[in-house]
Write a protein that binds this ligand. Structure first.
Ligand code: KIV
Length: 278
């Protein structure tokens, strides 16, 4: 399962055979290449683009044009991984026709192999309509950042019995509507485990414990490219921010003391030619 293109069929096989699925975000060509070369199964062009690349304080300002632009850059860098593009806020809420058209643009114009959208029962008809149009859909439940104002902040979801029942029912609705997989974000681990055991489709967790069928992280968290607050689940594997800043400071210092560019960074020319120009 290492070298051929990852498809929805691979997700199904991995779920049924118990092979964990890996997914990371990317929003541009060089990081997409690295994620693909690292052998990650799926690349999510998340609307977290808004937070970690565009400098917004939520995902709400992200537009379809932003998603198309960045998904195009990602798909140009990928050979093997499945590219999943997020449907941004209001791109699937206004009408079903709009939702199909926008999901279709992410595939046709940007080259994604699947789309992701947030919500449960309330978007089940939309998921069905998009999948009926031949577009694979990944669901997203638990903490759904596009509803941050309705949820009253970025909080763990499904903690009491009523909320947990609703999450389970929503997960079933997403599966019945035809989604091929489901992201569970900020859900207590025992609830994510239960949902994973009840669904035939793969669950991909972020802050949802070790018993999901797969895991996703925002790459900028994983490599330490963003400063400031980082959620508990966002394991930082390296801290490139410090290395990059160090390299930039060294460049500035070398420019100021005129030790850069050195001889090996320069182009020469025939001395006779330059003499004539003086
Ligand atoms: O936009 C995103 O990066 C996401 C992940 C957090 C799952 O939706």
């Amino acid at each position: 399962m290492k070298d051929s293109k990852v498809t929805t069929a691979v997700f199904r096989t991995k779920k049924s055979e118990g092979w964990p699925i890996s997914m990371l975000t990317a929003y541009d060509y060089p990081l997409a290449q690295l994620v693909d070369e690292a052998g990650i199964d799926a690349i999510l062009v998340g609307d977290s683009l808004g937070n970690v690349v565009l400098g917004y304080n939520s995902t709400i300002p992200v537009t379809m044009d932003d998603m198309i632009h960045h998904t195009k850059a990602v798909t140009r860098g990928v050979n093997r991984a499945m590219v999943v593009a997020d449907m941004p806020f209001l791109s699937y809420h206004v009408s079903t026709a709009d939702a199909i058209r926008n999901a279709g643009r992410l595939m046709q114009e940007a080259g994604a192999q699947a789309v992701k959208l947030e919500g449960g029962h309330e978007v089940a008809d939309t998921i069905k309509a998009i999948t009926d149009a031949g577009i694979p859909v990944m669901g997203h439940l638990g903490l759904t950042p596009q509803s941050v104002h309705q949820m009253g902040g970025y909080k763990v979801q499904g903690k009491d019995e009523e909320a947990a029942q609703k999450l389970l029912a929503d997960a079933r609705a997403v599966e019945e509507a035809g989604a091929f997989s489901l992201v569970l974000e900020c859900v207590p681990s025992p609830l994510a485990k239960l949902i994973t055991s009840k669904l035939g489709i793969a669950t991909i967790g972020i802050g949802a414990g070790a018993d999901c069928d797969g895991q996703v992280l925002v790459t900028h968290d994983l490599i330490g490219l963003v400063g400031g607050f980082s959620p508990k689940f966002a394991k930082r594997y390296i801290n490139v921010r410090e290395d990059i800043k160090g390299a930039m400071q060294t460049f500035r210092q070398e420019v100021e003391e005129k030790s850069f560019p050195a001889g090996e960074h320069q182009f020469g020319m025939d001395e006779e030619v330059i003499k004539k120009l003086y």
